[in-house]
Design a protein around this ligand. Structure first.
Ligand code: AFP
Length: 330
């Protein structure tokens, strides 16, 4: 089975980018060890480097953030990092070619119940004539040069793209290497499974309510088929399921945040997941536009997300459009 770095070399990925990805691979191994230790991580963990030894009592999401930040900033090809857990960007090396945005531990509320969590990352090129400040990151997701996630589940998996299709690697804990276990994954265009937090129903736009009503109506409704629902409450795990066996995931626009989307973030969750899904033949949309085309105005900007099986996402979008235009018969 192929290891991660030789796979990237076969694809002729830039050596500087490989070096950044290698740093992320190191982070993944450290964090997976910590996640595996569970509650013991705070008292027994001892594999971390000296400069963060003092932080082992911190919650795992804070610790993961610190680990990723420190390991990435040691890589000379990293110009700066932006994290869901940090207010501003953190600068690295002046001549670094890459920017890394990441969610250190997505689904972190699952830690307390020993359920799945993951690290999501997005790598962007440093723009020419860059200002050296936060503006460097304000690029649409279609500019990404690599994106992926590490899922800390029963096994540790890395799902990853550099634009050459979607690949998944599994951490072989006996040798400490990520080995290629799935490649060229494709999401079926049709599905009968969806993932959404139903408790938010009353906050959604009318089109989304109508769409979900019709999914729930099953064979007796206009869709004339039964749909199943799943919700892990960790986007990384819900998207992983969709990449493996299909489905639709939505965290749509929600009236709780007035005219702003709620609650997922464009740069740490939306963009990397959208690219993975598109690489697998699926669609990823905000409800208003393709996620990868959104021009960010803030590194912590939030976005509505509807992604997964192509035909199902298109159907959902027709309900949203229909309700905006007053046509309720989509
Ligand atoms: P946490 O990291 O705070 O647990 O949030 C996870 C998340 O951002 C995303 O991974 C889930 O899809 C979504 O929130 C779950 O949100 P709800 O708790 O509203 O269902």
């Amino acid at each position: 089975m192929q290891r991660l770095i030789p796979t990237l070399r076969n694809d002729q990925v830039d050596e500087a980018l490989i070096s950044v990805i290698n740093s992320l691979q190191i982070c993944a191994k450290e964090i997976s060890f910590r996640v595996g230790q569970g509650e013991l991580a705070g008292v027994l963990g001892s594999t971390l480097s000296e400069n963060i030894q003092g932080e082992t009592q911190k919650k795992l999401d804070i610790l993961s953030n610190q680990l990723i930040k420190e390991i990435l900033l040691e890589c000379q090809h990293v110009r700066a990092v932006a994290s869901e857990e940090e207010e501003g960007i953190v600068l690295g090396h002046d001549n670094g070619k890459y920017l890394v945005a990441f969610d250190p531990l997505d689904g972190s509320s699952n830690i307390d119940i020993n359920s799945m969590v993951g690290t999501i990352f997005s790598i962007l090129p440093v723009p020419e004539n860059n200002s050296g400040d936060v503006d460097m990151f304000l690029q649409p997701g279609r500019n990404q040069v690599a994106a992926g996630y590490i899922l800390y589940g029963p096994s540790i998996m890395l799902a990853f793209t550099t634009g050459n299709g979607l690949r998944m690697f599994t951490l072989d804990q006996t040798v400490g290497e990520f080995l290629l276990t799935k490649k060229d994954l494709q999401i079926e265009a049709e599905t009968s499974e969806f993932a959404i937090n139903m408790s938010n129903f009353r906050h959604w736009q009318e089109g989304m309510q109508l769409y979900v009503d019709d999914l729930l109506a099953g064979t007796s409704g206009p869709r004339a088929k039964n749909f199943n629902m799943r919700w892990v409450a960790a986007m990384v795990a819900d998207v992983h399921r969709i990449l493996c066996r299909g489905g639709l995931f939505a965290y749509p626009w929600d009236a709780r945040s007035a005219n702003k989307p709620y609650k997922l973030r464009l740069m740490y969750e939306g963009n990397p997941m959208a690219w993975l899904v598109e690489q697998a033949g699926g669609l990823a949309h905000s409800g208003e536009e393709r996620i990868l085309d959104i021009q960010p105005t803030d590194i912590h900007q939030r976005v509505g997300i509807i992604l997964g099986a192509k035909h199902e996402v298109e159907t959902c979008l027709r309900y949203l459009e229909g309700s905006q235009s007053g046509d309720k018969t989509v």
